[in-house]
Write a protein that binds this ligand. Structure first.
Ligand SMILES: Nc1nc2c(ncn2[C@@H]2O[C@H](COP(=O)(O)OP(=O)(O)OP(=O)(O)O)[C@@H](O)[C@H]2O)c(=O)[nH]1
Ligand SMILES: [Mg+2]
Length: 197
């Protein structure tokens, strides 16, 4: 059976089966662990082949080649290890807050660079727009629109821009990316509450 990894934690992988939508909690077959030493073995978004073991559980037999990925390279033992954040995404939502925490353009640039390096489409999300004047938000984020990135001004608190985000991600597999505390989880929850998309 084939499926997609929806969640990974402590060596377990929750795989949603293509055919039935059933979710199996899986471990990796030992022989997989001997391969692919320079990238993660299996990550969220990976398409995999699994077999059932006991009810509700299974084993990942094979990880299919990734079509796209969001990854970064980190040094390891004199070489490089590719840390894959998520596999098979179409779109990266580079998310920052207009305040609390204060946005820094060099950091925004770094997150965009990771998306560009992976050849993924990127959209800039300027969240917490309820906290500052529009002009203050545009002072930092306007430049990204000028150089060609779609910029969406949002507030998870008031609901501003939530529809625009939903419209952008419709029919795509997307990932929120950005520093801690900017509102990634809040925004993704507000997408859920607006139904499928
Ligand atoms: N005023 C305001 N607060 C917000 C908004 N969105 C999120 N917050 C608050 O900001 C805090 C952080 O939000 P999270 O959604 O947890 O941020 P995150 O990006 O998921 O953070 P990590 O999971 O640590 O990476 C929470 O207290 C939210 O309630 C917003 O649009 N406006
Ligand atoms: Mg979060």
């Amino acid at each position: 059976m084939n499926g997609t990894i929806m969640r990974a934690q402590s060596g377990f992988f929750w795989v949603q089966l293509d055919e039935t939508d059933e979710i199996l909690r899986c471990t990796l077959r030992g022989r997989l662990k001997k391969q692919r030493q320079y990238t993660d073995l299996a990550v969220i978004g990976d398409h995999v082949r699994v077999t059932k073991t006991v009810p509700g559980e299974g084993a990942v037999e094979e990880v299919f080649p990734r079509e796209r990925k969001l990854s970064r390279k980190s040094p390891k033992g004199g070489g490089w290890f590719e840390q894959i954040i998520v596999a098979n995404v179409d779109l990266v939502l580079v998310t920052f807050a207009v305040a609390h925490p204060e946005p820094h353009v060099r950091m925004i640039d770094r997150f965009l660079l990771v998306a560009e390096y992976n050849e993924l489409e990127a959209v800039v999300i300027a969240n917490k727009c309820d906290l500052v004047m529009d002009s203050a938000a545009e002072e930092t984020f306007g430049i990204y629109a000028q150089i060609g990135y779609p910029v969406i001004y949002t507030s998870a608190t008031t609901g501003q821009g939530i529809d625009a985000v939903r419209h952008r991600i419709q029919g795509k597999i997307s990932a929120f990316s950005g520093p801690s505390g900017v509102g990634k989880s809040s925004l993704s929850r507000s997408q859920d509450s607006l139904g499928p998309g």
